[in-house]
Design a protein around this ligand. Structure first.
Ligand code: ADP
Ligand code: MG
Length: 473
């Protein structure tokens, strides 16, 4: 696949995976400018992508890049990096009329264009012209395929809508990546809003950012008000709260306030609360005091049903043999299944052919290739531990506040490795490294990158550390 096609397919996949507002605002207007070949053997080719304005460019670079890069690497089949440039289209094409959110943002742009937290940019407070913008319109109960692996949890989520704060409070859903937790939480939010209940859905990372902003701008009273006035609060990915003490403190109070006033709380986590080690005990026991349910990977029949529901939704003709092929190949992670489905659908669209078993096999061969090259997953905790050990420090030195030169250096090395070896966003890395801002992480990353360019010994040292990390898996 040539780079331009790879970018087209990547856009298709992003459209499936991002909520509509995010995609329309930041990705719809991008242009493929070109692809610079790798400067060293085995190095990444660099895709140059044009953004409509500096705001969009920052958004792509600082917020969305890890996701874009991950998908592009899968699609392209070789290492690829991205660079974003402002690319102003001809004046006639300048109208942003097809982008209401963009217009909204332009009008409400802060005095200096310091990027606001992502959730605020893509999901400003609910306004009549932007209903439910922070929710993915696809994530509804109707579009959630029920099978043995998720039946109980699905039923509990519906019970919460029928009887908020009555049946199960809090409801905590946990399960592996890509198994439908976010989909289910948002389905609850959609259904609650349809019944005119005030429901806020928020990833815990955004909750943290909101809190930090509120503290900085001295608006904590408003912050509390906002979260305590709802009927249903849905917090996604609460594992990110682990290790953040002051946020946990605030969350605990919010939680208690809502609980006391008989409001519903729904939480999702990628693991059981007892495994959230650095979560305060009182918070953990609060979570565990409600109903804790898991979502398991779907069985084969459910995977087939899920693929067929997507095909129907997008009016794609998919023979049964192909949906079975996809269900067989995707090992149980629905996001992977979705990636494969998109790949096949995009291939059919690009070539103008109907979807057949042969076409699907061909498209999946492209999809499989990069996964062979794919580096094993490394977690942020492993990076912190290994970097600390390598520098004769403890992990808490890295995540802590001490600023001795040696510690600072090791910390920046960890930031660099985290950005290189994981798919985490800069804010996520910052959050996992003692609550640092994304600019701090970026600064650390650049420092280390500069040092590497200057110092061959340091380069070797870092390569060894990196090898040790990727081999350990
Ligand atoms: P998680 O939050 O658990 O990582 P998501 O909710 O983001 O996973 O789900 C990943 C993708 O798989 C989404 O596009 C979602 O719509 C889809 N998905 C997950 N479970 C189901 C299901 N039971 N039926 C239909 N689609 C599903
Ligand atoms: Mg999720």
């Amino acid at each position: 696949m040539n780079p331009q096609q790879a970018w087209t397919v990547t856009l298709h996949q992003l459209e499936m995976q991002l909520d509509r507002a995010t995609f329309e605002t930041w990705l719809r207007g991008t242009t493929y400018i070109g692809c610079e070949e790798a400067t060293a053997p085995g190095g990444p080719d660099v895709f140059v992508i044009g953004a409509r304005n500096p705001y969009a460019r920052d958004m792509l670079e600082f917020r969305l890049n890890p996701m874009i890069r991950r998908i592009l690497n899968d699609v392209y089949g070789g290492p690829a990096d991205l660079r974003y440039e402002v690319h102003t289209p001809a004046p006639a094409a300048e109208a942003d009329d097809d982008m209401p959110l963009m217009r909204y943002l332009a009008q409400h742009r802060p005095a200096q264009p310091a990027p606001a937290p992502l959730h605020q940019q893509v999901a400003p407070p609910r306004r009549p012209d932007l209903p439910d913008s922070e929710l993915n319109p696809r994530f509804t109960f109707e579009r959630f395929v029920v099978g043995a692996a998720n039946r109980t949890t699905y039923a509990a989520a519906q019970a919460v809508v029928e009887n908020p704060a009555g049946a199960y409070n809090p409801l905590l859903v946990y399960g592996g990546v890509g198994l439908g937790k976010t989909h289910l939480l948002q389905a609850v939010a959609h259904a609650c809003r349809a019944r005119r209940l005030a429901a806020i859905y928020i990833p815990s990372e955004a909750f943290v950012n909101d809190l930090v902003d509120a503290i900085r701008q001295r608006t904590t009273a408003m912050f509390r008000d906002k979260y305590r006035k709802v009927d249903v609060l849905l917090v996604d990915d609460i594992q990110f709260l682990a290790g953040k003490e002051s946020t946990q403190e605030e969350f605990f109070h919010t939680f208690n306030a809502l609980y006391t006033y008989n409001k519903q709380i729904v939480l999702a986590s990628d693991r059981h609360p007892r495994e959230l080690v650095t979560l305060e005990d009182r918070l953990r026991s609060r979570f565990a005091g409600g109903l804790v349910l898991d979502i398991q990977p779907p069985e084969f029949e459910t995977r087939v049903a899920i693929v067929e529901s997507w095909a129907q939704e997008r009016a794609v003709r998919l023979p049964r043999s192909v949906s079975e092929l996809l269900a067989e190949r995707a090992s149980g992670n629905i996001r992977e299944l979705e990636g494969m489905f998109t790949q096949v659908a995009a291939q059919a669209q690009l070539t103008g052919q109907p979807i057949t078993l042969a076409l699907a096999e061909g498209a999946l061969a492209l999809y499989d290739r990069p996964r062979v090259h794919r580096r094993p997953a490394v977690t942020l905790a492993q990076i912190v531990d290994a970097t600390a050990a390598h520098h004769g420090l403890a992990a808490k030195d890295i995540t802590g506040k001490r600023r001795a030169a040696r510690i600072n250096h090791a910390r920046q090395v960890a930031m660099y490795l985290a950005r290189e070896l994981t798919d985490l966003s800069l804010p996520q890395i910052g959050a996992g490294m003692g609550g640092r801002s994304h600019t701090t992480i970026l600064h650390g990353y650049n420092k280390v990158a500069d040092l590497m360019a200057e110092d061959p010994l340091f380069r070797q040292e870092l390569a060894a550390l990196r090898d040790a990390l990727t081999r350990a898996e």
